[in-house]
Write a protein of this length. Structure first.
Length: 301
């Protein structure tokens, strides 16, 4: 098998250890952190959906332990898309074992981990899981803006279809999404719900921490303790890592009643499980308010 299944190669240089796994690009970690990572008591996995703060979780303690955000993502996507039937599960677990041996991550944050919790529980002892969440409409705005602002690879495009379904069958109330080649509101929100519910079902409750994206910085000390680290301020560059400041305004052009009804029907119960005070109307106001403030700052109106 290709990709990161290959035997890990370790090359030493003056200030770092370079770790390459099969055909992957080279990644660099400080040598002293690589040696300390051999004594991990447990692994902490970030298991939030895309655009919920996984990038922040993967970076916030990088000055103390070996950590990463979406390391080896395309190779993992290929294995996830192949499915766990037949020999798929065995190949996936072998890949995860070899990856773990090569990278020795203490904190591994990725939206892909949502699909891998069962494997992690079979392979490693004492795992802890940090589920980052945000309101489904706020998340919808963010994932749409992120999709429009940059090109991505064929692997990631196939993973989008896997998550959100085919970009077709739009209702007239969401025609703006069709015009931009995007998926349906129900496709996006169905993924949001399934991502949250999958983690709640698979991660042991006593080893699961749920954190809303807006409170990651406020709860940094608590997150550190949960991950087995001394409570201290996170790396200075961390708050809202990979935050998307481009706004395309498409959510504002979806018919409001349609969006609120879809959100309540698809996500309402799940949203209140992880954010008890959540409401669709407040979520919509929050999602669209940022654009209104940006317009006012730029144009004075």
């Amino acid at each position: 098998m290709t990709g990161f299944i290959g035997i890990a190669k370790i090359q030493h240089c003056r200030k770092c250890i370079r770790v390459g796994i099969g055909t992957l690009k080279w990644y660099q970690f400080p040598a002293e952190r690589m040696t300390h990572s051999d004594v991990r008591d447990f692994r902490t996995f970030g298991v939030g959906a895309a655009k919920t703060g996984t990038h922040t979780i993967g970076q916030m303690f990088a000055d103390r332990v070996v950590s990463a955000h979406e390391a080896d993502a395309e190779e993992l996507i290929e294995l996830i898309l192949q499915g766990k039937g037949g020999q798929g599960r065995a190949r996936l677990r072998e890949a995860l074992l070899r990856r773990d041996e090569a990278r020795k991550l203490t904190i591994d944050a990725s939206q892909l981990n949502i699909h891998l919790i069962d494997e992690f529980e079979q392979l490693f002892n004492g795992n802890r899981y940090i589920q980052t969440v945000r309101g489904p409409i706020s998340w919808l705005r963010s994932i749409i803006d992120d999709s429009l602002r940059r090109q991505t690879s064929d692997v990631w495009m196939r993973y989008r279809r896997y998550r959100f379904g085919a970009p077709e069958g739009h209702a007239s109330a969401e025609s703006v999404l069709a015009e931009h080649g995007l998926h349906t509101v129900s496709g996006y929100l169905g993924y949001w719900r399934d991502a949250v519910e999958t983690v709640l079902a698979a991660a042991p409750p006593d080893r699961l921490m749920i954190v809303e994206v807006d409170f990651i910085a406020d709860r940094a000390a608590e997150i550190a303790r949960f991950a087995g680290l001394e409570a201290a301020a996170p790396h200075s560059s961390v708050p809202r890592a990979f935050s998307n400041r481009q706004r395309f305004g498409l959510v504002e052009r979806i018919e409001k009643g349609f969006l609120l009804d879809q959100c309540e029907e698809i996500c309402g119960n799940t949203a209140r499980r992880v954010m008890p005070e959540w409401s669709a109307t407040a979520d919509l106001a929050r999602a669209t308010g940022g654009l209104l403030r940006l317009r006012k700052r730029l144009f004075g109106r």
